[in-house]
Design a protein around this ligand. Structure first.
Ligand code: PH2
Ligand code: MG
Ligand code: MG
Length: 157
């Protein structure tokens, strides 16, 4: 059976744009990336002094059940070089399950839908780009929050 998940992807160490693109590539081992947003440069949310992030959202079709998907994403994070695991620490790559079919899960290890996704411009701006059903949620954000996110235009040095 094929399941439909939205994943948030973020990086704020090394070359975050390169890392996010590599992260999207690595998802081929987890499912099929059916749609992907642009890359956005975003101010760190909920944390103090750390580098800006590059964020994106992808729409993934996968045969994996939610907890297996979570474990596979953690494995791919390590394969991509992630060494920090502390909550909200700067990281090479972070995959977050935003939604999975219409599933609701809330146990110690996994919460779906992601509990803070509707508060975060770095999630809703890319998500609304690929799924118009989130446009209203994006447009309901405080303008100051929306202003923390801007399209990343890769420099062609
Ligand atoms: N991820 C966090 C904490 N804060 N801020 C931005 N802009 N982007 C993120 O991906 C992000 C964050 C925890 O995973
Ligand atoms: Mg995260
Ligand atoms: Mg995470």
């Amino acid at each position: 059976v094929t399941h439909r998940a939205y994943l948030g992807i973020g990086s704020n160490l090394g070359d975050p744009g390169v890392n996010v693109r590599a992260g999207i590539g690595a998802l081929a081992d987890v499912g099929s990336v059916v749609a992907q947003s642009s890359l956005y440069r975003t101010k760190p949310w909920g944390v103090g002094d750390q580098p800006d992030y590059i964020n994106a959202v992808v729409y993934l079709e996968t045969a994996l059940k939610p907890r297996v998907l979570l474990l596979e994403l953690k494995k791919q994070e390590v394969l991509l070089g992630r060494v920090t695991s502390a909550r909200w620490a700067p990281r090479i790559i972070d995959f977050d399950i935003l939604t999975y079919d219409d599933v609701r899960i809330d146990d110690g290890a996994l919460r779906i839908p992601h509990p803070q996704m509707l508060l975060r411009a770095f999630v809703l701006v890319p998500l609304a780009e690929i799924d118009e059903s989130y446009v209203a949620a994006r447009d309901a954000l405080d303008p100051n929050e929306l202003a923390t996110v801007r399209l990343d235009v890769p420099s062609r040095a």
